[in-house]
Design a protein around this ligand. Structure first.
Ligand code: FES
Ligand code: FE2
Length: 371
């Protein structure tokens, strides 16, 4: 048996994956006729809402001479560039007017487009589909239809509560993601007197299985020192509580905890803003505590504390990463991180060759570690 696994040298790259939906902004940041700036995968966006409240996302650079459209005027339907007054439809980006044209100049303005992106709004966030970048020099046309709808937080009853947290992380998306799936930092980073101490560290065995574009920590009783588990114990038998955690490319972590008719779920994303900067957004939904006034606040407090601990840790880590050190990932605690890099590489390879994606997990695996 290979009880001792040799540490493997593996340096995370920061390649950003195109062709997926990403969370752009919390819904409430976009209101009225103001255009809000956002950035996804180094793509600048101007995000607004039409008169019916439907969100749209335009490339934040006018196709004429590059003025950010977010500096322009928006009337609830069309965006007017602040430089020469060209007007574009908010949703399609199609040019509607070039004020400098004279009556006998026959430029076909309906062939001109400001870049536009598919946009959906779910669970208090505006999501934008970022396609593969066009060939250099190619102008924009009508936005392509995304091949799948934007991801959603799983829910299991008609009535539920929703809350989100967001934090910027000064590191590449890869470090943000592997920080999220790393079990070994818990006892050292997430200590709190009301939670756990580093002495509560103990051996754990978890089963994993491959799922399309990702992997699943199979349904199991959550570890006794996990946050939602402690809260759920107030409602249900310890044995009836099960949790499933999925990671799915490009950046999704879904956690579902069920205990009889009670449930808690979350969809966490780590979104590349630039090559060196990312943002973590946690959206949680639950049907617990609906009659306990303190419940949601308590839950938000616990999660805010965890996310803040991670953020501070990654801020410190980024000092070390600046100098491009050699890194290593060890078995088994870092195996999920290795699978993440494996998935990413397999996805890119499949895209390049057109062949089916070769999944890095051949079948179910049990990993063990102390945390
Ligand atoms: S740069 Fe936008 S109209 Fe000229
Ligand atoms: Fe953490």
């Amino acid at each position: 048996m290979n009880d001792i696994s040799l540490p493997q040298r593996e340096a995370p790259d920061s390649l950003m994956l195109y062709g997926f939906w990403y969370r752009a902004l919390p819904s409430k940041q976009v209101s009225g006729t103001r255009l809000q700036k956002a950035m996804l995968l180094e793509t600048p966006l101007a995000i607004g809402r039409d008169r019916q409240g439907r969100p749209f996302a335009l490339h934040d650079a006018c196709p004429h001479r590059g003025m950010p459209l977010s500096h322009g005027l928006f009337d609830g339907q069309q965006v007017e560039c602040s430089y020469h007054g060209w007007r574009f439809d908010g949703h399609t980006g199609q040019c509607q007017l070039i004020p400098s044209l004279t009556a006998d100049q026959k430029l076909k303005i309906d062939r001109i487009y400001a870049g536009s992106y598919a946009c959906e709004e779910h669970d208090d966030f505006i999501w934008v589909f970022i396609p593969e970048p066009a060939a250099p020099g190619a102008g924009f046309t009508k936005a392509a239809e995304p091949p799948m709808p934007a991801p959603r937080v799983p829910t299991f009853s008609e009535k539920y509560k929703l809350a989100y947290l967001t934090a910027e992380l000064p590191c590449t998306v890869d470090h943000g993601i592997i920080g999220l799936m790393d079990p070994a930092h818990g006892p050292f980073v997430h200590q709190a007197w009301w939670w756990r101490s580093r002495d509560s560290i103990h051996e754990k065995h978890k089963n994993f299985e491959p799922i399309p574009n990702g992997f699943r920590m199979s349904a199991h009783t959550p570890s006794s020192n996990s946050a939602p588990y402690k809260l759920l114990r107030l409602y249900a038998d310890a044995e009836s509580i099960t949790t499933t955690i999925d990671f799915v490319l490009p950046n999704l972590r879904l956690e579902t905890i069920r205990a009889g008719k009670y449930w808690f779920s979350s969809l966490t994303t780590v979104t590349p803003i630039t090559r060196s900067h990312c943002r973590i957004d946690v959206v949680a939904a639950w049907n617990l505590f609906r009659w306990v006034p303190l419940g949601p606040k308590l839950l938000k407090f616990v999660f805010a504390k965890f996310v803040e601990q991670d953020r501070q840790t990654m801020e410190k880590q980024s000092e070390g990463l600046k100098h491009n050190p050699h890194l290593m990932l060890i078995d088994d605690a870092d195996r999920p991180a290795k699978w993440y890099f494996g998935l990413k590489a397999a996805y890119l390879e499949a895209r390049k060759t057109g062949d089916e994606m070769k999944h890095p997990l051949a079948g179910p695996v049990t990993l063990k570690w102390r945390s």
